[in-house]
Write a new protein. Sequence first.
Length: 268
Amino acid sequence: MLSKGFWADRTPVHEAARSGEIVQLRQLIESGACVNAVTYDSITPLHEASLRGQAQCVKLLLDAGAQVDARNIDGSTPLCDACASGSIECVKVLLSHGAKVNPPLYTASPLHEACMNGSSECVQLLIDVGANLEAHDCHFGTPLHVACAREHLDCAKLLLQAGANVNAAKLHETALHHAAKVRNAALVELLVQFGGNIYARDNRGKKPSDYSWSSSATARCLEYYEKTPLSLAQLCRLSVRRAAGHRGLDKISRLQIPPRLIQYLSYN
């Protein structure tokens, strides 16, 4: 009965938004249908359209008064759903209508969803509009944790370039632990270059190298960095970036130093 009730709770507006039936959706709105109707799990038509990348429906619903930051039973907003679908068009429409990029603490943010999906374009847009790089979800950790756990190298690099804390911990587990667990040597290399602590221990007392298979590329990479100090140039780069502070790329770009050094400090 519960399953039947769930589906019976859906309205024609939900269905039109979900399937991208723009003409039908417009007719329903003009006839007075409610654009903020919710299912038993608090899903609105705007959630449906956003999750399926129906940008025209998203705009039509918003123009008709849909609540841009409505939350479903899991706490997700339409912007979260648009990022989960990787629809940059929907993300832009929602942001232009005032969607909040930073939700309350300890819930998955739009940036988490974009990193989970591996949509680097969405990640960059969210960073540009002020997404909290250290937003912490109680299950997933920070967006960087998500990007590394899902092996989305491009997303991880964008976060790190923007100033994400490479050593942020979730139960003492860092992004490097995730990279080691998924056995991704390229991710390990990236994280170390941005100052990842190869000696960090998680709540089980294990270092990242403890999660790598012996003689694997990841194990060799971690072993190399455990035995070989970082170069002076790399240490200086990390020191300058720390001094610049959170989101310090703008400050770095204005330094009166050669462009080549600017590029080095910005990891370009």
